[in-house]
Design a protein around this ligand. Sequence first.
Ligand code: KG4
Ligand code: ZN
Length: 338
Amino acid sequence: EQPIYILAIESSCDDTAAAVLQNGKMLSNIVARQDVHEQYGGVVPELASRAHQQNIVPVIDVALKKAGVEKSQLSAIAFTQGPGLMGSLLVGSSFAKSLAIALDVPLIAVNHMQAHILAHFIDEEGFDKPEFPFLAMTISGGHTQIVKVNNFFDMEVIGETTDDAVGEAFDKSAKILGLPYPGGPLVDKYAKEGNPKAFAFTKPKVPGLNFSFSGLKTQILYFVQKNVSENPDFIRDNMNDICASIQYTIINILIEKLKLAVKETGIKQVAIGGGVSANSGIRNTLKEAEKKHGWKTFIPKFEYTTDNAAMIGIVGYQKYLQQMFNDAAVASKARIEL
Ligand code: KG4
Ligand code: ZN
């Protein structure tokens, strides 16, 4: 039988990414990151769209070359439909539509947040795939949700943030500490050398499975301002301990809600996905929970945590098997439900 080759394109935010999958196995996974946003302390949508325009052709060329796959061999083109920045999404979707028409192959629209969850189904040596139903916690710069995943395209959000996403909590805390955007990975780096119990922050009281992070951000701001007024070098002198304490608090908030979700649903298979699942603290804590609470945890391979096209490709592959195709009229959407 002919192998199924999916070319996947992801351009929802500030990374231009392309991947090629053969029967659900990743052959190439290319990301061009955009440094232009760093100086602005956040993603500037107009600059992101322009950079996608410049990057998309070379990124796709490299992905195909690295996979050793010719355009004529492609079975389908998958692309991110949303959620994301409209101008960024349009670059990826326009390219995907044009290529699908030119090659006369099916076009497949993919929900970015479903992809963060289904990344666990990429065929990868040493990585088990979850069985349905399982719980997934999506933790990224734009989302914080606990999802009950009944099947590939049957998902229920059972908890979510009422304000900031957890990635924003990391990035905004980092900004308060004078670190460049996105600060999440830097907080992680400094936290490794620090004492997580050096400073105590209170956890928000949010009922049920929902989250809130905006109060924590304000608490950290006041804490830093107060200490800096007494010692101008407070941040520099305590960077590792401050980062470790912030990270410890955030992880506790996440784990506590996960425990409650397991208790309420009786499901002990727990997966994480999204950029913040790159965090070493959350990865370690989940591994411990596996032993402590008898969970089976699914932690994505590092390259499938932050935005990437391989995760779009695995959803594309599943949709291909189920013949879930789109016509070229399919519209990009800044917001879509799971
Ligand atoms: O999934 P993603 O790449 O983009 C969105 O869809 O939002 O997630 C990006 C977020 C950023 O907030 C970034 O700071 C955070 O993931 N992040 C981390 C780490 N790596 C990325 N946060 C904490 N620790 C990390 N190691
Ligand atoms: Zn994402």
